[in-house]
Structures are given as C-alpha cells and as structure tokens.
Design a protein. Structure first.
Length: 260
C-alpha cells in the first residue's frame, strides 16, 4: 500500500526535466546579456554539465540559440514566434489604441498587465519599452495592478500566503501578509486598487480589473501619475475613464472562441 501511495504521488516521468527546461528559459526574464552555461547553472542551482545539456536541448528546438563565438545563450526564435502568436491571440494588439486614448484623456500613463507568479507583467502601455517591446515586471503586493490581480484571482492563482516575504520598496509598502489580505478585501469592495507611493515615492496609481464572464480579472488596467495630478478630489474622474476603457477592453480582448 505504501508503495502504491508513493507511486501515485511521484511526478510523471520527465516532469523534472520539463520543469528544469522551463526554469532555464525563465533565467532570461531580466533581458540582460547573454548567459553562459555557468550563469545558467548558478541561477538554477544545477551542475554546469546539467545546465549545458538542458541548454543544448533547447537550442535544438530553437527555444534558445548559442553564439558561435562566445558560446553564450540567448532566447531563440521559437520563443519570439510563440510570443507574437499569444500577443495576437489574446487580442493585445487591439489594446494599444484604447490605452493611448485613455492616456490622452487623463494626462496619465496607462498600462495593461497580467499576472505571472508573484509579479504583474505589463504587456501594453506606457511602461513598455519602445526599443525592446518589453514591459515592466512589478511585485504584486506593492502595485495597484498587482492588488487588482490578487483581489480578482483566476483559477489556479496562488494566494497571498505563497508570495513569500513582502519586500519593502518605500515606507508605505505593505509587508505584512495579514495587512495585505485586509487591503485586498477593501480593493474588492471598492472595485479598484490604489498605490500611493508604495512602490516608488512620488508616484500614484489607480487600477481596475478587466473582468471575464466569471468575474475574474483576465487583466488589470492602471493609470499612473503624481499625487499632484491624480488627487483625491479627481480620483472618481480618473476611475470613470479607467472603467470605461476596461469595459471596452473586456470586449476587445475576448478569447478567440468567444468572439462573434
């Protein structure tokens, strides 16, 4: 019986190799310089030979490519192709004009983000670098975007308890899990999240969810400015514009099988 239980709980054959290969790809998230096998081994906690073997496998599938002069690795064309496919399949190419309009109407920066583990990843908007097309990865607990994604979780999203230590970025950052849970309850009740200098001093952001039919946040939408511009007195005005944009995006960003 004990052997049967152990077998039932053991990961499927090949799962560790898949997890390691995916972890290797995640090593390139910071958009830094090309990485050597030693760099990958150190980041993954693997031997150099194992990291090299995994990297070579990913090279053969075009998920990585290796510089013939330096022997260092970078993301390969298969990743770029899949990224472009998912960007268009999600309808994100349709979001930029709506965000530009929101920004012009409010005089604030506008961003659209999804959740990736403990981060909110900005996919479209003012925080996407024009030279690389990459947006910012921001911690969930210290941002308005992140609070929205935590307050309206999707199936399978991990809760606050799994975020690990909540790092302080300013003296206003929420660092206690129980305090963050209280904040998320307020966010759900109010229908929006506010970041008032919690991630960066002098920056104020308000965010709202872009909900699906089940009432879960497929995306989070934020407008960002300074406390002088985004004042308490004008907060409702900003929210009206943000919610109108979110309602439009909820239709534009419908999954392909739900579009008319």
């Amino acid at each position: 019986m004990a052997e049967a239980v152990t077998a039932a709980q053991s990961p499927p054959a090949g799962a560790q190799a898949v997890q390691r290969a995916l972890g290797l790809l995640h090593c390139f998230h910071d958009n830094g310089p090309d990485l050597s096998a030693s760099d990958l081994a150190r980041r993954m906690g693997l031997s150099v030979s194992t990291a090299h073997r995994l990297a070579r496998t990913l090279v053969s599938a075009a998920f990585l490519e290796q510089d013939e002069h330096t022997a260092r690795y970078r993301l390969g064309p298969a990743v770029a192709e899949l990224g472009q496919l998912t960007f268009h399949q999600r309808g994100l190419h349709l979001a930029a004009p709506e965000l530009d309009l929101l920004s012009r109407r409010t005089g604030a920066a506008a961003d659209l983000a999804i959740r990736s583990g403990p981060h909110a990843v900005i996919l479209v908007g003012a925080s996407v670098r024009p030279d690389t097309g990459l947006g910012l990865r921001r911690p969930l607990h210290s941002t308005a975007l992140g609070k929205v994604l935590l307050a309206w979780p999707r199936p399978g999203d991990a809760g606050v308890a799994t975020l690990g230590p909540l790092a302080p970025f300013t003296d206003r950052t929420i660092t206690a899990p129980e305090r963050l849970a209280e904040e998320l309850a307020k966010v759900r009740s109010a229908g929006h999240a506010l970041n008032d200098g919690e991630s960066e001093t002098g920056v104020r952001t308000v965010a709202v969810p872009v909900l699906d039919g089940a009432g879960q946040a497929r995306f989070a939408l934020a407008v960002r400015s300074t406390p002088v511009h985004l004042t308490d007195e004008r907060l409702d005005w900003f929210l009206d514009h943000a919610r109108s944009c979110a309602a439009a995006l909820a239709v534009l960003l419908l999954p392909p099988d739900q579009r008319i």
